[in-house]
Design a protein around this ligand. Structure first.
Ligand code: FES
Ligand code: ZN
Ligand code: ZN
Length: 329
């Protein structure tokens, strides 16, 4: 196969574009796709302060690399989830990348911030590791971006991630989630209480046009030393099963994933965004001030604070009761 641009030997074929690319033109292709996505969905401009959430894996490091090479001043953010050696190796990959590229990296640790790791939280809250992990990551990414004064939070979700999420949301008819599934989630300002306060930073996903296989190829061709292993807690994750099913369909008919995802954004997403059940009253969480839903009775608590409180309560309940000595008579 030859490169679509220069007719030299192609190192990769992208079947949904019916095209092969040599190294140089494949790297250009990825960079151009990111640029087009940023423009098309009005993600950010050159003056915005950008924070990219990095996991040490191929997607987030490739995205960071593309953005740095495009000249953006973008800081990395790594959250250590405390998943044994996997977290240590992931953190090291981010530090190595940042050092090699001269990029800024912020590292935080879930245990230092909240007193538990993801495996501990999963046991205490009795939830699948990935669900507690996802909630904590979303919360901590947003908190870090707000606290450190960033305008935009960037994540490395690629086409495969987005289409698998869409597939799951359709299978279960999660209409509220379908209403929120977009490459851009706008910032949220709460005006109640003590004046206007930004509680949710704008979130963007510049890799939505790029497949997982292509971010891996990009990272490999650029010599990015990413963590290849999967998170050990991902076993049995339904999102993975959806990805496998969709990849079978993509192999039989290239372009299926992209048609499903971008067809949804164009033709169906606006209907879900306008769903009346989305039209709920928002307020600040009594625990942390994050945005949450107004409740009729009791204090409003966001789902993160509820989970954290439950974990700490269960941990306290599991500790042996302090022994009480009888006073000597
Ligand atoms: Fe979150 Fe594995 S990275 S559970
Ligand atoms: Zn070429
Ligand atoms: Zn809260």
């Amino acid at each position: 196969m030859k490169c679509k641009v220069c007719r030299q030997h192609a190192v990769i074929d992208v079947r949904r574009h019916n095209a092969g690319f040599c190294r140089t033109h494949f790297l250009d292709h990825i960079s151009n796709q990111v640029v087009r996505t940023i423009k098309e969905f009005k993600m950010f401009g050159p003056d915005d302060r950008l924070l990219v959430a990095v996991s040490g894996g191929k997607d987030s490091l490739a995205l960071w690399d593309v953005l740095v090479d495009l000249g953006y001043d973008v800081t990395g953010f790594y959250l250590d989830l405390g998943i044994g050696g996997y977290s240590t190796r992931s953190k090291d990959a981010c530090i190595r990348y940042a050092d090699g590229k001269g990029a800024k990296l912020i590292v935080r640790n879930l245990r230092d911030e909240h007193g538990y790791t993801v495996p501990e939280l999963s046991k205490l809250a009795r939830r699948a590791p990935c669900s507690g992990c996802g909630l904590n990551k979303r919360y901590e990414f947003n908190r870090a971006a707000l606290e450190e004064g960033f305008d935009i939070l960037i994540t490395g979700h690629n086409l495969d991630d987005e289409v698998a999420t869409l597939f799951g949301n359709v299978l279960h008819w999660n209409t509220d989630m379908l209403g929120r599934q977009a490459p851009v989630l706008q910032e949220r300002i709460l005006t109640a209480g003590h004046g206007a306060q930004k509680v949710m930073v704008k979130k963007v996903k510049p890799l939505v046009k790029i497949a997982e296989r292509e971010t891996a190829a990009y990272a490999l061709l650029k010599g990015i030393d990413y963590v290849v292993e999967e998170c050990p807690m991902v076993e049995g994750n339904t999102q993975h099963k959806y990805k496998e099913a969709l990849t079978l369909l993509e192999e039989a008919s290239p372009g299926t994933k992209s048609q499903m995802y971008f067809g949804f954004l164009k033709k169906a997403a606006p209907r879900f965004a306008a769903a009346p059940e989305d039209d709920v009253e928002l307020t600040a969480c009594a625990g942390c001030g994050a945005v949450t839903i107004e409740v009729e009775t009791g204090e409003p608590m966001c789902s993160f604070c509820k989970m954290k409180a439950l974990a700490h309560r269960r941990r306290a309940d599991s500790l042996p009761a302090p022994s009480i000595r009888k006073p000597r008579t």
